[in-house]
Design a protein around this ligand. Structure first.
Ligand code: TXA
Ligand code: MG
Length: 345
C-alpha cells in the first residue's frame, strides 16, 4: 500500500484534505492523525473490518481494545449505554480534552473494536485537526496510538512514518504534539471511578470534581499479581531497544551513582533534567526539560526514547522526575520503559 502524507496546519485547516481523509475512513481505510496527546491510527470505529485492519497495521494483539474518538458530545449516547452523574461531572470539567472514559457499550460498537469487552473507551479530543477529521470520517474513529506495538507512542509525524509507512492509507502531519503522553483513562463503570492509566488530567484534578477517585493498584505496584483493568497496560509498552534503569533518590546521590555506573558502561546514555546536564561526565546526554516543568518533560520523553533507538544506544540510565500532576504519568511511562528496573540511592 502506498501511504500518502499530507501536512495540515491546525490553525488553517485544509477542508479538501480533511474531506479526503474522512472519505478514506468511510470506505474502510486507515488514517494516522494528530491529537493533543499523541498521534492516533484511525479507522471507522463502527466497522469491524476497520478495527481488524488497525490491529494488523500495528501488530497489536486483538484482545487489546481500541479507544473510540468522537467530535461532539451528542454522539456519546450512540456508543455508551448510560452516562452516570459522576461521568457527567468529569465530562463537563474535562471534555474536550486528554481524558478517556470507560462506559458500558451499546450494540452499535462492534466487539472487534472493544477487544471482545462489553465496555467501550471513549475520548473527545480537543485538537482542531483531530476534531475536523473525526467529523469528516462520520463521527466515530477508533484509534490506538500510531506506533507499532511495543514502541513509544509517536509525538512527531516522522515517527508515525517510520512505524506505519506502507501500512496506512494516509498520514496527517500536524507538527508538534502539545502533551506528548497518552490520555488519562478513567473507568466510569465502577461505583468509585478508577484511573486505569495516568495522564495529563491528574488524580488531583479528578478528585476536585468527583471527590473520591481510585487508582488501579497494578499501576502502582510492579509486582502486583493482579491483571490491570486496561488490557494494554499489561504489555511491555513504551520500551526502547536499550537496556534501561532509573536511579531514584536524593539528587546529589543520584548524580553520583549515575556517574559511577556510567563509568562501567561505555557509550551509556543519561536522561536528565536541563539543570543537571553539566554534572555528568563521559556520557551521551539526553535532556528532557526543566526540573519544575513536568509538561515539558512529558512532551519530550518519547522523543528522547526514540532517539536512543535511532542512535543504537545499548544502555540508558535515567534520573527520576517529579511525580506531581502530569509527573505521575511521566514516571508511570518511564518505569515501564525501564521494565521496572529502579536503583534506589
Ligand atoms: O491519548 C490517547 O489516548 C491516544 C490518542 C490516539 O487518543 N490513544 C491511545 O490508545 O493511547 P492506545 O490504544 O494506545 O491505548 C488505549 C488503552 C489501552 O491500554 C487499552 O487496553 C485501554 O486503553 N482500553 C481501551 N478500551 C478499554 C476498555 N473498554 N476497558 C479498559 N481499558 C480499555
Ligand atoms: Mg498505545
Amino acid at each position: 500500500m502506498i501511504t500518502k502524507t499530507v501536512r495540515i496546519d491546525e490553525n488553517k485547516i485544509d477542508a479538501a484534505l480533511i474531506k479526503e481523509a474522512g472519505e478514506i475512513i468511510k470506505s474502510g481505510g486507515l488514517v494516522a492523525f494528530p491529537t493533543e496527546t499523541v498521534y492516533g491510527l484511525g479507522g471507522d470505529a463502527l466497522n469491524p473490518e476497520s478495527s481488524k485492519k488497525i490491529y494488523a497495521a500495528k501488530g497489536r494483539p486483538s484482545d487489546n481494545p481500541l479507544i473510540v474518538h468522537i467530535y461532539r458530545i451528542e454522539d456519546l449516547e450512540k456508543v455508551a449505554k448510560s452516562v452516570s452523574e459522576n461521568a457527567k461531572k468529569v465530562i463537563d470539567a474535562f471534555w474536550p480534552g486528554p481524558l478517556t472514559l470507560i462506559f458500558e457499550k451499546t450494540d452499535a460498537v462492534p466487539k472487534e473494536t472493544t477487544g471482545g469487552l462489553d465496555t467501550v473507551a471513549v475520548r473527545f479530543p480537543i485538537h482542531p485537526t483531530a476534531m475536523a477529521f473525526i467529523e469528516a470520517a462520520g463521527g466515530f474513529v477508533a484509534a490506538p496510538s500510531a506506533n507499532l506495538s511495543g514502541r513509544p507512542s509517536p509525538t512527531l509525524a516522522k515517527y508515525v512514518c517510520e512505524d506505519l509507512n506502507g501500512r496506512v492509507d494516509m498520514i496527517i502531519d500536524g507538527g508538534n504534539i502539545p502533551i506528548g503522553l497518552e490520555s488519562t483513562i478513567v473507568d466510569m463503570t465502577s461505583e468509585v471511578p478508577m484511573i486505569l492509566r495516568p495522564g495529563f488530567v491528574s488524580k488531583e484534578m479528578l478528585e476536585e470534581v468527583l471527590g473520591e477517585v481510585r487508582v488501579d493498584p497494578t499501576i502502582l505496584d510492579a509486582n502486583s499479581k493482579e491483571r490491570p483493568k486496561a488490557p494494554g497496560m499489561r504489555y511491555r509498552h513504551y520500551a526502547p531497544k536499550a537496556d534501561m534503569a532509573i536511579v531514584r533518590g536524593d539528587e546529589e546521590k543520584v548524580i553520583e551513582k549515575i556517574n559511577e555506573i556510567a563509568k562501567e558502561h561505555e557509550g551509556c546514555t543519561v536522561i536528565c533534567v536541563d539543570e543537571n546536564a553539566d554534572k555528568y561526565h563521559g556520557v551521551n546526554l539526553k535532556k528532557v526539560g526543566k526540573k519544575e516543568d513536568a509538561l515539558e518533560i512529558a512532551s519530550n520523553l518519547y522523543k528522547v526514547l526514540r532517539e536512543c533507538d535511532d542512535e543504537g544506544v545499548e544502555y540508558i540510565l535515567s534520573e527520576s522526575f517529579s511525580d506531581k500532576g502530569i509527573g505521575a504519568a511521566v514516571m508511570n511511562r518511564l518505569i515501564k520503559a525501564a521494565g521496572h528496573k529502579i536503583i534506589d540511592v
